[in-house]
Ligand binder design. Structure first.
Ligand SMILES: Cc1ncc(COP(=O)(O)O)c(C=O)c1O
Length: 370
């Protein structure tokens, strides 16, 4: 049996007539860039990030750039980021002219280690950008504490974590600003590119609103340097349809993760670890094993897709090697060699789950004898 990593037809097929209706509203109104559908979507997202509010933008990478611009972070500034993340986390810092400083991640949650981040603070450090990797929050209690004691701003990279909570508070409501991605493979995926910035600070959010539209609050009067970071009406319309299903989808992801946890408990691999006070939305269900490449190949040859997020830590990326690391990055390096994400999308069938479990267990049995 074939098991894909994601099945967008299974997810989007049944919603197609609702998508058409929503897209038709945009086509009738001709509000293609920003407009009422974007405003409606921003309002709907508020529920997921309350008490924060939202500003829709062009994609998740731009959301990070807009957030850093709103905080006036730029040349001469340093920003602490995890060494184990998607490239965009570092790229956004460089796009505004600041320097990323790589911090190692926690061995269990894969998220930035707050104590190691604290030891990397210099007189140039302006902000910390925790990434809620795979769908669970970084240790925001510790991060907020260290940010307060060093006077740092917090920008959450919550691209993978819409709906995740820590101590009953939503990802996207902890930092000065937070950023989401709606790339089609995300737990809430658009029919193209889209992203979002959230904040509890109305002043900062208003700055983001101005920055996303060429620094323009009044038509053709440009208060500051911004960019074209506007969200498409059609993307907002599609996202609005999907958002009403997101809670159920996130719950199903957690249910599948629970089944994997049970069935793979003695399979000789490290299972995902829930950080204190966290609910996980399992954007990815990521295991760790020193036999990662063998397991990956074993699954691939049996038509089971699995993903490596990410095979190269940021400090080893060819265009990022010149930037500083805050001490050894041994956990990030081990993660890059050992992580493997198993299929966890909401439409996964019981049979497909069983197939994955059977094959992971079969591989573990063979490696025990290596
Ligand atoms: C952790 C992280 N940060 C940033 C991004 C960038 O989002 P986008 O692809 O929408 O630009 C992504 C997603 O691709 C991501 O996973």
């Amino acid at each position: 049996m074939k098991v894909p990593l994601l099945d967008l037809e299974a997810q989007c097929g049944p919603l197609r007539s609702e998508f058409r209706e929503a897209i038709d509203r945009v086509l009738s109104s001709h509000a293609y860039c920003l407009g009422p559908e974007v405003e409606r979507f921003e309002e709907a997202v508020r529920e997921f990030v309350q008490p924060a509010s939202a500003v829709g933008v062009s994609n998740g990478t731009d959301a990070l750039v807009v957030a850093l611009m709103a905080l006036k972070i730029g040349p001469g500034d340093e920003v602490l980021i995890p060494a184990f993340s998607f490239f965009a986390t570092a790229a956004a810092v460089l796009r505004v002219g600041a320097r990323p400083v790589f911090v190692d991640v926690d061995d269990h949650t894969f998220n930035i280690d707050a104590a190691k981040a604290a030891s990397a603070v210099t007189s140039k450090t302006r902000a910390i950008m925790p990434v809620h990797l795979y769908g669970q929050c970084a240790d925001m209690t510790a991060i907020q504490r260290m940010a307060k004691s060093y006077g740092l701003r917090i920008v959450e990279d919550a691209a993978q974590a819409l709906g995740a909570t820590q101590n009953a508070q939503y990802a996207g409501s902890f930092g000065d600003l937070a950023c989401f991605s709606f790339y089609p493979t995300k737990n809430l995926g658009a029919a193209g590119e889209a992203g979002l910035v959230t904040s509890r600070d109305p002043g900062l959010l208003e700055r983001c609103r101005v920055i996303r539209n060429q620094g323009m609050a009044v038509r053709y009067e440009h208060q500051c340097l911004g960019g074209n970071f506007r969200m498409d009406g059609i993307q907002a319309a599609v996202l609005g349809v999907k958002l009403s299903r997101l809670r159920a989808w996130n719950e199903r992801r957690a249910e599948i993760a629970g089944l994997y946890n049970e069935r793979l408990a003695n399979a000789g691999i490290r299972l995902p670890v829930l950080g204190e006070g966290n609910t996980h939305i399992y954007h990815q269900y990521t295991i760790r094993t020193p036999h990662r490449d063998g397991l990956h190949q074993h699954l691939q040859t049996r038509s089971i897709a699995a993903g490596i997020y990410y095979p190269i830590p940021l400090h080893h990326q060819p265009c990022l090697r010149q930037y500083d690391a805050a001490g050894p990055l041994t956990v990030s390096e081990a993660c890059a060699k050992q992580v493997l994400s198993l299929p966890v999308f909401p439409e996964l069938t019981a049979e497909q789950i069983e197939t994955v479990v059977t094959q992971v267990r079969a591989f573990s049995t063979t490696t025990e004898h290596v």
